[in-house]
Design a protein around this ligand. Structure first.
Ligand SMILES: Nc1nc2c(ncn2[C@@H]2O[C@H](COP(=O)(O)OP(=O)(O)O)[C@@H](O)[C@H]2O)c(=O)[nH]1
Ligand SMILES: [Mg+2]
Length: 262
């Protein structure tokens, strides 16, 4: 540990992505790879339970008290983007209770492809896809896929079973991201875990040096609203800045959502 870094607030790192892509497992992997050298805390966001926090506590990768759950209610993307109060309080509590911490990992609640963290909550964010979701997901883009600080293509060990060409999926992702970093990860592949570890240490170093600038991946991607009366069965709804005020977004969502293709 370097003493002069201890006055810098912990790096807050968000982990977003669709349900089941491996966010909790990835947090466990980061803890396993770095808990020996970094002081880590974890916050999970679950809709109605603290299941992710319980999973991580039972994984035994961190003292159980360093893992806190925020229950988000109906609309998990709100708690990481629009009203981040509960998460900010949880992060500040953790940082105070275990001062000094180096990294606080925040897992987003189960959500669709479009959720991103507010840069007011996290300094940097990972977006997690998995090969089982299909090789073409990366190409479809959206704010997390396109502009998160790091994109993870997870569970590469499953690629042969689901017929996904990992190098192609990574190439598509790199293209959708204008070259921002992509890591093809499997928790069973030590080399990929080492790449993830190195990325986290690199961002932490930049954060401590005051060289890391939190980026906003942007608001929810345009998404499709089903509407039987519409000639095409629905329409694309955008939350970009200029339309935001014209279309206040009701919560919880009364409609099904999918990400519109590019
Ligand atoms: N084969 C394989 N399965 C994984 C990997 N990472 C996570 N999983 C599994 O994927 C499922 C969902 O993982 P979880 O971390 O709970 O996903 P979350 O909903 O995004 O937090 C679990 O059954 C994990 O064991 C991986 O690298 N390879
Ligand atoms: Mg989880």
């Amino acid at each position: 540990m370097v003493d002069e870094t201890e006055s810098v607030r912990a790096l807050r790192l968000g982990v977003a992505g669709p349900v089941g892509t491996g966010k909790s497992s990835l947090i466990a992997t980061i803890c396993r790879a770095l808990a020996g050298e970094l002081r880590i805390g974890v916050i999970t966001n679950d809709i109605y339970t603290d299941e992710d926090a319980r999973f991580l506590r039972s994984a035994g990768v961190l003292e159980p008290e360093r893992i806190r759950a925020v229950e988000t209610g109906a609309c998990p993307h709100t708690a990481i983007r629009d009203d981040i109060t509960a998460n900010l309080l949880a992060a500040e509590d953790l940082e105070r209770d275990f001062a000094p911490l180096d990294v606080v990992l925040i897992e987003s609640g189960g959500d669709n492809l479009t959720a991103t963290f507010s840069p007011a909550l996290v300094d940097a964010q990972l977006f997690v896809l998995d090969v089982a979701g299909g090789g073409d997901v990366a190409r479809k883009g959206g704010p997390g896929i396109g502009r998160a600080d790091l994109l993870i293509v997870n569970k590469t060990d499953l690629a042969p079973y689901v017929g996904v060409d990992v190098p192609q999926m990574v190439a598509d992702a790199l293209q959708a991201r204008d070259g921002r970093p992509v890591i093809a990860l499997s928790r069973t592949d030590a080399e990929s875990v080492a790449a993830l570890r190195a990325w986290v240490l690199g961002v932490l170093d930049a954060h401590r040096q005051g060289e890391h600038v939190p980026q906003d991946p942007g608001p929810m991607a345009p998404h499709f609203h089903a509407d039987e009366e519409h000639p095409e069965g629905g329409y694309v709804h955008s939350h970009d800045e200029e339309h935001e005020h014209e279309h206040p977004h009701p919560h919880p969502h009364p409609h099904a959502e999918t990400v519109a293709g590019r």
